[in-house]
Design a protein around this ligand. Structure first.
Ligand SMILES: Cc1ncc(C[n+]2csc(CCOP(=O)(O)OP(=O)(O)O)c2C)c(N)n1
Length: 639
């Protein structure tokens, strides 16, 4: 059933409509916007708590600033649903994250209001600063640049690099720190403690209140804000504030903390900030999930809950009583605990994804040996390298696409020193509704070119366990294991551990004429394809290679000796990936054959369900069957 937006919201197609409203109507706009988000996410899925937490901020920002002339940059972008609804996309918001629908994140090609494409965190201050400096160079003095960043995203090095630079650039930059004490899981680290401290410190707040009294006068009398601020500088907002505030020390003007749910006050404050030149930070305290009780209470669960009944709060589970295979991430989570119980050297590391990658299981079972280091992929990798120098065996779990952040650390700190770090790359391959920012497409290509690196991918739960088991048996140097988002294929997956010799694949079935070589989970697509093809009289062979590097040379000699028609299948970019590795092997070893590569083509793939995307990229069961039929019929291939 269609859900009608409220009376005021239905009149707002663009922020200019919002700006025509009276200030005292904004509270109602917020209520209606919140209801709209709750309804659409309940029936469509997507991120939930984060957007509810910034409803007032979103309304106030578009009300006060002249978007899109003023540049509003969202960090991560999972909280930008309200922004999308207010900026021309209310009527298509029901297609959010759906195949061919609008993206779940801001995207420059989707709207001029989406000033910077996001999905990965902590980019907003750098991007907004770049825009602010460009405006300064172009003489656009009036233009404002606003970065909205969460306390979680603020834990990344990139955010600090940007603050460090912004402090010495005299540009119109406003950083809104949306502090809800949460990342996806509770936020961690000393910065979080610091932010809580300044939100509660008596001395600090006394000084701050006096600062605000002065700012209040700016609003009331509307005089030259700059003059007052410079007076203030020599007065009370001097030594104490500077020394006691991290952001002031970095030459930002710090304002707050203020209640990020009081839209009236937000509007006043933002209007004032607009008049103050140079870099400034406004610290807003908000509640993730605000306005939906269950989401406020269990913020991690409601970060992205899936479909739910908005009245009862019941989260819909697939109605299927048959036992289902586990998620790969849970196999990782349980297996690392099992291994760590026997091997005291094992430690677990995650950059801010304990629930997302299920390291939470180890954090609960062995809190001393599992570390959430914040949104800090680079640090996670080098921290693991440090642990490894002392004989520990770190299992560093990072989503494949987030690992791109830590690439130099993988090269310089781990591979070059041949340190024994086990990288578990979750969300390898097409990740689904999160789209191109989250697809783990490039890992085979970026890892297999590194000397010392072992690159593996399990076809099922049992192989994941056995690869994890193998990776900790002896010092192998860097060892990567990548697996996809979602469920595996085995209901009965807790099998006894077995070592897999490094670089050894396995033959799944013998065949005729065509050999299918798979890596990782798509091996299951090939199993299904072979079963169906046998009914049509096609009998391809199938090999689960397990290692992208080192490749199983013995097995490949067998393959290229017996078959001249080879199909490679991978859930990864074909440029430089597994198929490329097989083709290189063929050339380097003087074999001749026809190699048909199936995988992710050389373009960014949009969002959709994984199955839809596998189909689009043409490496699912149907695609494998088609490729076999085509190759068998292809006479040119005979040697
Ligand atoms: C580089 C990177 N690492 C991890 C993530 C996964 N991630 C998405 S949202 C999020 C939490 C962000 O917390 P915060 O910035 O405080 O925003 P909130 O959700 O609390 O509003 C994380 C860790 C990401 N998007 N990008």
């Amino acid at each position: 059933m269609e859900f009608k937006p409220g009376k005021l919201l239905s009149k707002i197609n663009y922020p200019e409509d919002l700006r025509k409203l009276k200030k005292n109507e904004l509270k109602q706009v917020c209520d209606e916007l919140r209801d709209y988000i709750i309804h659409i996410v309940s029936v469509n899925g997507g991120h939930f708590g984060a957007s509810l937490g910034v409803v007032e901020l979103t309304v106030a920002l578009h009300y006060v600033f002249k978007t899109p002339f003023d540049q509003l940059v969202w960090d991560v972008g999972h909280q930008a649903y309200g922004h999308k609804i207010l900026t021309g996309r209310r009527n298509v918001f029901h297609t959010n994250r759906i195949y061919k629908g609008i993206s779940g994140f801001p995207k420059r090609t989707e709207s001029e209001y989406d000033t910077f494409g996001v999905g990965h965190s902590s980019t907003s201050i750098s991007a907004a600063l770049g825009m602010a400096v460009a405006s300064r160079l172009k003489g656009e003095k009036e233009r404002q640049h606003i970065a909205v960043i969460g306390d979680g995203a603020m834990t990344a090095g990139l955010a600090f690099e940007a603050l460090n630079h912004a402090g010495v650039e005299n540009s119109n930059l406003i950083v809104i720190l949306n502090d809800n004490c949460m990342s996806i899981d509770p936020n961690v680290g000393a910065l979080k403690e610091y932010l809580t401290d300044i939100a509660t410190s008596r001395t600090y707040n006394k000084v701050k209140d006096e600062v605000w009294n002065i700012l209040g006068k700016i609003s009331k009398f509307g005089p030259n804000a700059q003059a007052i601020i410079s007076k203030m500088e020599t007065g009370l907002k001097s030594a104490l504030l500077k020394q006691s505030n991290l952001f002031e020390s970095l030459r930002f003007r710090y304002f707050g903390p203020i209640d990020g749910h009081n839209v009236d006050h937000l509007v006043n404050v933002l209007k004032d900030l607009k008049k103050i030149p140079g870099p400034k930070i406004l610290h807003c305290i908000t509640v993730k999930g605000k306005g939906y009780e269950l989401a406020e209470k269990d913020q991690t669960k409601w970060h992205a809950p899936g479909l739910f009944d908005k009245i009862t709060g019941e989260i819909h589970k697939p109605k299927n009583n048959a036992p289902t295979p586990p998620k790969y991430q849970d196999v990782f989570g349980h297996t690392i605990v099992e291994l760590a119980e026997k091997n005291p050297k094992i430690v677990g590391i995650t950059p801010a994804m304990p629930s997302g990658c299920s390291l939470s299981i180890m954090m609960k079972a062995m809190p001393d040996r599992a570390f959430d280091v914040g949104i800090a992929e680079q640090h996670a990798v080098t921290f693991s390298a440090g642990l490894s120098t002392q004989g520990m065996i770190p299992f560093c779990n990072i989503y494949s696409s987030f690992m791109q952040r830590g690439y130099d650390q993988v090269v310089h700190d781990v591979a070059l020193q041949n340190l024994h770090v086990v990288f578990c790359l979750d969300r390898g391959g097409l990740a689904g509704a999160d789209g191109p920012t989250h697809h783990g497409a490039f890992d085979y290509a970026y890892l297999r070119c590194l000397p010392n690196m072992i690159v593996t991918a399990p076809m099922n739960e049992e192989e994941l366990r056995n690869l994890m088991f193998t990776a900790q048996l002896k010092n192998t140097g860097p060892f990567s294991i990548r697996y996809p988002r979602g469920n595996g294929v085995m209901v009965d997956w807790r099998k006894p551990f077995m070592e897999i010799p490094i670089g050894q694949g396995r033959k799944i079935r013998d065949g005729e004429e065509v050999a299918i070589l798979t890596i990782g989970h798509p091996g299951n697509f090939a199993v299904e394809a072979c079963n169906q093809l046998s009914k049509e009289g096609f009998y391809p062979a199938h090999y689960d290679m397990r290692f992208v590097k080192p490749l199983d040379a013995e097995l490949l000699h067998e393959v290229f000796t017996h078959y001249k028609k080879i199909i490679t299948v991978e859930d990864a970019a074909m440029q430089g990936g597994f198929g490329s590795a097989v083709a290189e092997f063929m050339v380097d070893n003087g074999f001749q054959g026809r190699v048909k590569r199936l995988g992710i083509p050389d373009r960014f793939i949009e969002h959709g369900e994984q199955k839809e995307l596998y189909r689009e990229c043409d490496f699912d069961t149907i695609a494998i069957m088609n490729a076999v039929r085509q190759l068998v019929g292809d006479a040119v291939l005979a040697d």
